[in-house]
Design a binder for this molecule. Structure first.
Ligand code: ADP
Length: 511
C-alpha cells in the first residue's frame, strides 16, 4: 500500500449503532469495522463513535479511559454524559454514555427505553462532543436510520455554532428500516419537527395527505447528506426502480453511489482461523475435508469415512453438505430455506441451518422442522447464534445457500466462498454482484456458483439440482477446481475502501 501525502489524508468519524465485535447484531457492525480498518491501513484517520451500551464488555476495549464529560439535550433537560476513548481491533473509538436510562439493558437493541429518542439523543450528543472538544473531521459518516438525523442536526444547528468543516456521508445498509419518527419526537431532541414535515425533507412520498406526522429518519438522512452510499451496485439500481424511496433517490441521483461491502479477510481466514480443527488454503485443501468430517461427527450426521468402512464406492461417498447461516426473517427467503431442507433430503445430501428467529411464529415453525429432522442422519436445524459454529460450518460446507427475497449486499455468500463453499443464491442485490452462474457460457471468467431468479420453489430447485449434479456427476477434480476458484476470489475491503475514499474526497472541503 503506497503511503499518502498529508494533504490527501481524510479524517472520518463514523457515527453508528453497531461495531463488530463489541456491539454487533448484523452486517452493519462488520461493515463499519472492516471499512474503518481498511481506511486506517491506507494512512487515513478514522474514529468510530457509538453508544456505550451497558452490554458492551469493557475488557474487549483497550486503553479505555474517561476523557470528557459534557451535557447534551433531551426533552427540556441537558443530560450529563461521559465520553470514553479506547481502541477496538486497532480502531480508535469514542463511546458516549448518557446518565439517563438510554442504552441500558442486556442487548444492543430492544432495551426498555425509547429507542428512537435514544438514537436522536446519541446523534446530537456526538455533534455536541465534537463541538466541546473542537474535533472537526473532514467527513462524518453515518449509517442507517439510527444516525440519519445527525445531518439534520448538523446543517440546521451545529453549522450555525462552531462546526464548519465536516461533510456528511450516509450509508444505507437496508432500505426497509424506515426510522419512523413523529414531529414531536424531533422537537424533544431540540429540532423543530414541523420544519421537516414536507415531502422534500423527511415525509415519505407515499404518505402525502395521509400522515405528515410520520417522518422517516432514513429519508431525512438522504436529503441532508452530501453523499449517500448503498451497499451494492445492483441494490442501488433496485432502489431507484422500485420501493418507497425511489422518487427521493432519483431526485438525489447525482450524490447516490453503490459500493459493495467487503469482508474482513483477517477475521475470516481459513488458513489461520482458530475456530477450525484444520486450516486450509487454495493451494492445499486437505484441511477442508477434515473440517467437514469434524462437523459431520460433531453434529451426528452420517460421515463419509464411516460409510467408507461399509465398502461403499468412492462415488456414492460424495455427499454434498449445504449450509445456510442467517437471521430467520422474511427477507432471507424463509419458504425457500424450508423448501431447501426438503429438497436436500430428497436429493440425499446433507444440510445444516444455523439461524436465529426473532419472531415467535417463525421460531415455532423451525423448531417443528428441527424436531422432524434433527434425529435423522442428514439434516440439522440449529436455532441459535454462534460465531464459532458459523466459522466451522462455512469451513465444512460444500455449498452455501443464500436464497434471499432481497439482499442489499449479503456477507454470507462472500464468507462462504472465502472458506471454499460454492454459493447457490437468488439473483438479487449484492448477491447478483458477487455470484455468477457456472452454466452461463458468456461469463466463464467470473463464474463461481449457481444462481436462480424466481422466488418459487421450482426456481430454487433449478439451481440446487444443478449444484448437486455438478458435485456428484463430474470428476472430483472438477468440483475442486471450482472450490479453489471461490477460495481465491478477493472480496476483501481492499478495493472497496478505495471507492469509499473516492466518495469521501468528492465531498471533502479543500483548504
Ligand atoms: P444481515 O446483515 O442481513 O444479517 P449479512 O449476510 O450481510 O446479512 O450478514 C450476516 C452476518 O451474520 C454473517 O457474518 C453471518 O455469518 C452472520 N450470522 C447470521 N446468523 C448467524 C447465526 N445464527 N450465528 C452466527 N452467525 C450468524
Amino acid at each position: 500500500i503506497p503511503s499518502i501525502k498529508d494533504s490527501d489524508v481524510v479524517h472520518v468519524i463514523h457515527v453508528t449503532a453497531e461495531m463488530a465485535p463489541i456491539a454487533k447484531v448484523g452486517g452493519l457492525g462488520d461493515v463499519v469495522t472492516g471499512l474503518a480498518r481498511a481506511c486506517l491501513s491506507r494512512g487515513h484517520s478514522v474514529d468510530i463513535m457509538l453508544p456505550f451500551y451497558q452490554c458492551i464488555q469493557k475488557h474487549q476495549i483497550q486503553d479505555l479511559a474517561l476523557t470528557t464529560t459534557f451535557n447534551s439535550y433531551h426533552d427540556g433537560n441537558w443530560i450529563p454524559s461521559n465520553a470514553y476513548r479506547g481502541v477496538v481491533s486497532g480502531i480508535p473509538v469514542v463511546l458516549i454514555e448518557p446518565s439517563n436510562e438510554f442504552f441500558k439493558g442486556q442487548q444492543v437493541y430492544g432495551g426498555s427505553y425509547n429507542e428512537l429518542e435514544a438514537y436522536l439523543f446519541f446523534s446530537r450528543a456526538c455533534l455536541e462532543w465534537m463541538q466541546v472538544t473542537g474535533t472537526q473531521p473532514d467527513v462524518i459518516h453515518v449509517h442507517e436510520w439510527q444516525t440519519g438525523a445527525l445531518p439534520l442536526f448538523y446543517w440546521d444547528m451545529y453549522q450555525h455554532l462552531s462546526l464548519k468543516k465536516p461533510r456528511m456521508v450516509f450509508t444505507i445498509h437496508n432500505m426497509e428500516h424506515y426510522g419512523e419518527c413523529r414531529q414531536e419526537q424531533l422537537n424533544k431532541s431540540g429540532l423543530d419537527g414541523s420544519v421537516y414535515a414536507t415531502t422534500d425533507k423527511a415525509v415519505d412520498d407515499r404518505t402525502i395527505g395521509h400522515n405528515p406526522e410520520r417522518l422517516s429518519l432514513l429519508k431525512g438522512g438522504i436529503v441532508y447528506s452530501n453523499a449517500v452510499v448503498t451497499v451494492s451496485p445492483t441494490y442501488l439500481k433496485e432502489t431507484l426502480c422500485s420501493g418507497w424511496l425511489a422518487s427521493t433517490l432519483i431526485t438525489h441521483r447525482d450524490k447516490y453511489f453503490g459500493v459493495l461491502n467487503g469482508i474482513d479477510t483477517a477475521m475470516w481466514n481459513p488458513a489461520t482461523d482458530v475456530f477450525l480443527p484444520a486450516k486450509f488454503r487454495a493451494q492445499n485443501m486437505e484441511g477442508k475435508k477434515v473440517c467437514k468430517y469434524y462437523v459431520q461427527r460433531g453434529l451426528g450426521l452420517a460421515s463419509e469415512s464411516i460409510e467408507a468402512g461399509n465398502h461403499m464406492s468412492d462415488v456414492t461417498l460424495r455427499v454434498p453438505l449445504v449450509v445456510c447461516i442467517t437471521r430467520l426473517v422474511h427477507q432471507k427467503g424463509l419458504h425457500l430455506i424450508t423448501h431447501a431442507i426438503k429438497r436436500v433430503a430428497e436429493l440425499g445430501g446433507q444440510m445444516v441451518v444455523l439461524g436465529k428467529a426473532s419472531d415467535v411464529r417463525v421460531e415455532g415453525e423451525f423448531k417443528r422442522l428441527a424436531d422432524t429432522h434433527n434425529q435423522g442422519p442428514n439434516i440439522r436445524i440449529l436455532l441459535l447464534y454462534s460465531e464459532e459454529l458459523s466459522h466451522m460450518l462455512y469451513a465444512a460446507a460444500d455449498i452455501v445457500l443464500v436464497p434471499s427475497i432481497y439482499e442489499p449486499c449479503g456477507l454470507s455468500q462472500m464468507i462462504g466462498m472465502r472458506y471454499g463453499a460454492v454459493p447457490v443464491v437468488r439473483k438479487t442485490g449484492g448477491l447478483a454482484d458477487t455470484v455468477f452462474d457456472l452454466d452461463d457460457q458468456s461469463n466463464q471468467n467470473m463464474a463461481n456458483g449457481f444462481v436462480f431468479e424466481g422466488i418459487d420453489e421450482g426456481s430454487l430447485n433449478s439451481a440446487l439440482d444443478r449444484a448437486f449434479a455438478y458435485y456428484r456427476d463430474t470428476e472430483p477434480r472438477e468440483w475442486n477446481d471450482i472450490v479453489r476458484k471461490v477460495l481465491d476470489i478477493d472480496n476483501s475491503w481492499h478495493n472497496m475502501a478505495e471507492k469509499y475514499i473516492e466518495v469521501y474526497n468528492s465531498v471533502k472541503v479543500r483548504a
